[in-house]
Design a protein around this ligand. Structure first.
Ligand code: BGC
Length: 745
């Protein structure tokens, strides 16, 4: 028998003991458990005053990079490794992953999030959570929900329509919560349509628990609770950080005063108790630091996206005459490998590209920093920017190839960026080096999209290196020298200009509100809808080999659609292709994106060989949210499944007929004439009435109109009940009531 907790104990259990522990209730045999950040490493603080500094742990590639692998299997392995580190450090819950969508390239935490696409984000996060939780360590899926900006992050209301909310912003959460059942979900700071997420009964209780059947624990983001009683009433279970004595007291008083249903507090306390119970199954252990570093390097290598490679300049090798390599840019020596804020890991070791490149080649390697970085050590405080640039250009001129390491100055939790441009000194470095060395390769380090235009025209090769975690330096060398054949793909569109981005006019909002004005058209969906040119499209990435696609076929199954396509490695190097399926429904009755990613697979294909790739699309993923019927509807029709290597490189399309759900909208007195006539039963019923009226039976001023098709069109937007305003005798309320009953029975 589990002992019942008193109301005061329940209140205490539903807030933390401190920043990183739940409250212990000794009388009930409940120990405290440890929770900690997350998501790309374990940031366990030794002492409260250490703030953002944790004990050493593997700094895996942040989500911006791991997502670019498009490989759930790798994410699962990363989750498992994180689970092992949590066990070694006695951590019960790791605070991640983050599946908020990258609504704008300016989002300050984009580096912590996976994608602008909910299917990609959801599939990868599901694998990560499954991996972590297979070790009996809990995940905390965050930040629920619509937390896509840092500006005014603790108050701003994300104002978003219901269809967009469900199909886009809640979609990845729904997938992970229904398929991987994360032990906890972290409820966001912001408001959604005016209501704090932590007080959002509809979101937490009706949708997540009611519709999705989520039975794990809702924990607040740190400091996100403004009103403890309102939060528990809405469905929030655990308030962090603690202690929250005033809140505990408010809860006890609210129960005593009959303001808060005691059953709700009891349920929340039981969920905390259940979490502590699950955590007890975890065993301690050790982890292999070298093996985890190697895994971090493998994931980083798979995350790098080759954006441009004119004339096959990459990979570098001795036989192409590369005897001397200029490594330019401070980032080669002082790597940018993660973003700032709560996810900041103290790595077990840190590889830099300069050392790794030097170790990987017999060519002479010469380094020049080219610019200074704020965060890094000032290697030469006397050197002016102009001197640094001149030195780098001279080194580039004297070398066979120039590797230019540039990127974003910083990205951090708490602040959005105000530009997607490279720092001026970095851009100048590219431009000046490109003038003196035709074999200039740019390697980017950035947590969110950077504009590549127009400077990318001036160089033959561009490597998108994101923030790659502690082993990124080695991974960059692996790709540059071809030990790894790049297979990373963009999980976010690189626009030509920030102004082109669908979110541009409505980010980050003002006066406490941000309007999600682009609606469903987030990321590539918006660029595609406006047929806008982009620098590099969603899903794009080159390889050192090439792939050919055969004819795709698509079959409707009971569960959805199965797509098959033969993919041939047409080059002379083994490689990996990320096969993507974008679905559209031409002639759909509802607004839709031109194409939506529905499934994908990362497939190794040996040189010269062909693989038959089989991909499945769940029927649920074809549904749209019908705001009138308040449910998901699969529209029947001929779905186009376009298979390709990016959202703008579609190689073969298969069409498949899918049966629709019954989605008949009941007719009412408020339905328009147009709606009545579009419905076969409505058309028949009204036709009978109107033909009688037109024939002289009704006699009112409107009756003659109904024989005239133009007039019918003119009146088509008029609700049935309003016709009486023009002709009181035509359809009296009792006649309408009979019609409505007859067509809906
Ligand atoms: C962040 C969360 C993080 C928490 C604990 C908050 O500021 O938004 O992502 O898990 O702090 O550090």
């Amino acid at each position: 028998m589990t002992p019942e907790l008193t109301v005061a104990e329940q209140a205490a259990l539903t807030s933390g003991r401190d920043a990183w522990h739940t409250t212990a209730v000794e009388s009930a045999g409940l120990p405290m458990i440890t929770v900690t950040d997350g998501p790309h490493g374990v940031r366990l603080q030794a002492r409260p005053e250490d703030m953002l500094k944790g004990q050493p742990a593997t700094c895996f590639p942040p989500a911006v990079a791991s997502a670019s692998t498009w490989d759930p299997e790798l994410l699962r392995r990363m989750g498992e490794a994180l689970g092992d580190e949590c066990r070694a450090m006695d951590v019960a819950v790791l605070l991640g992953p983050g599946v908020n969508l990258k609504r704008s390239p300016l989002g300050g935490r984009n580096f912590e999030y996976f994608s602008e696409d909910p299917v990609l984000a959801g599939v990868l996060a599901t694998a990560w959570v499954n991996g972590l939780q297979s070790k009996n360590v809990g995940a905390s899926l965050k930040h629920f929900a619509v937390n896509s900006q840092e500006t005014d992050r603790m108050r701003v209301s994300a104002d978003v329509d219901e269809r967009t909310l469900r199909e886009v912003y809640l979609s990845a959460f729904r997938r992970v919560m229904t398929q991987a059942r994360p032990w906890t979900v972290m409820v966001a700071y912001n408001k959604i349509n005016g209501v704090y997420a932590t007080q959002h009964h509809w979101l937490l209780t009706e949708v997540a628990r009611g519709e999705w059947g989520y039975d794990g624990l809702f924990v607040s983001d740190w400091g996100a609770v403004a009103d403890r009683v309102a939060s528990v009433a809405a469905g929030l279970d655990l308030t962090m950080p603690g202690p929250d004595d005033p809140g505990d007291k408010a809860l006890t008083e609210a129960v005593a005063a009959g303001v808060l249903d005691p059953a709700l507090l009891h349920e929340s306390a039981e969920r905390v108790r259940a979490l502590i119970g699950k955590a007890a199954a975890r065993q301690g252990g050790e982890y292999d630091q070298e093996a985890h570093h190697a895994l971090a390097r493998e994931i980083a290598g798979r995350a790098i996206v080759l954006l441009k490679n004119e004339g096959g300049l990459l990979p570098l090798n001795a036989s192409d005459g590369t005897r001397s390599i200029a490594v330019l840019g401070e980032f080669a020596r002082t790597p940018r490998y993660q973003g700032g804020g709560s996810s900041q890991i103290t790595p077990t070791r840190l590889d830099d590209a300069l050392t790794e490149i030097t170790a990987a080649t017999e060519s002479t390697v010469l380094f020049a920093p080219g610019y200074t970085v704020d965060e890094g050590p000032e290697r030469d405080p006397d050197a002016s920017e102009a001197d640094l640039l001149a030195e780098a250009v001279a080194v580039a001129q004297a070398s066979d190839v120039a590797l230019v390491f540039v990127g974003s100055a910083h990205e951090t939790e708490g602040a959005d960026r105000d530009s997607i441009d490279l720092p001026a000194a970095h851009r100048r470095l590219i431009e000046e080096v490109a003038k003196v060395n035709a074999r200039t390769i740019v390697i980017l380090s950035n947590g969110a999209v950077l504009a590549t235009s127009p400077w990318d025209k001036e160089v033959p090769a561009v490597v998108e290196g994101w923030l790659l975690g502690q082993a990124g330096g080695g991974a960059i060398a692996d790709v540059l020298f071809g030990t790894v054949n790049p297979s990373g793909r963009l999980a976010e569109t690189i626009p030509l200009r920030l102004q082109d981005h669908p979110s541009y006019l409505d980010f980050p909002g003002e006066h406490g509100h941000v309007r999600y004005g682009e609606g469903l058209f987030v990321g590539y969906r918006g660029f595609d809808a406006r047929e806008q040119e982009v620098a590099y499209p969603f899903g794009f990435g080159l390889s050192y080999t090439t792939f050919g696609y055969g004819q795709a076929t698509a079959t409707a199954t009971a569960d959805g659609i199965e797509v098959r396509v033969p993919v041939t490695n047409t080059g002379d190097r083994d490689g990996r292709e990320v096969v993507q399926v974008y679905v559209s429904l031409p002639g759909s009755k509802v607004t839709r994106a031109k194409r939506e990613l529905k499934t994908f697979a990362s497939v190794p294909v040996k040189a010269g060989e062909t693989e038959e790739v089989v991909l499945t699309i769940a029927r649920d993923d074809l549904a749209y949210w019908d705001i009138r019927l308040q449910r998901w509807i699969v529209e029947g029709g001929a779905y186009e499944c376009a298979v390709g290597a990016s959202s703008r490189d579609l190689r073969s399309t298969a069409v498949v007929e899918v049966d629709g759900d019954d989605a008949r909208m009941p007719l009412s007195a408020d339905s328009t004439l147009g709606e009545w006539f579009a419905d076969p039963r409505g058309a028949q019923a009204l036709g009978t009435v109107f033909s009688g009226a037109a024939a002289g039976g009704g006699g009112g001023p409107m009756s003659a109109f109904f024989a005239d098709p133009t007039m019918m069109l003119f009146l088509s937007a008029t609700p049935l009940a309003r016709l009486s305003a023009f002709d009181s005798g035509l359809l009296p309320p009792d006649v309408i009531a009979k019609l409505v009953a007859a067509v809906n029975d």
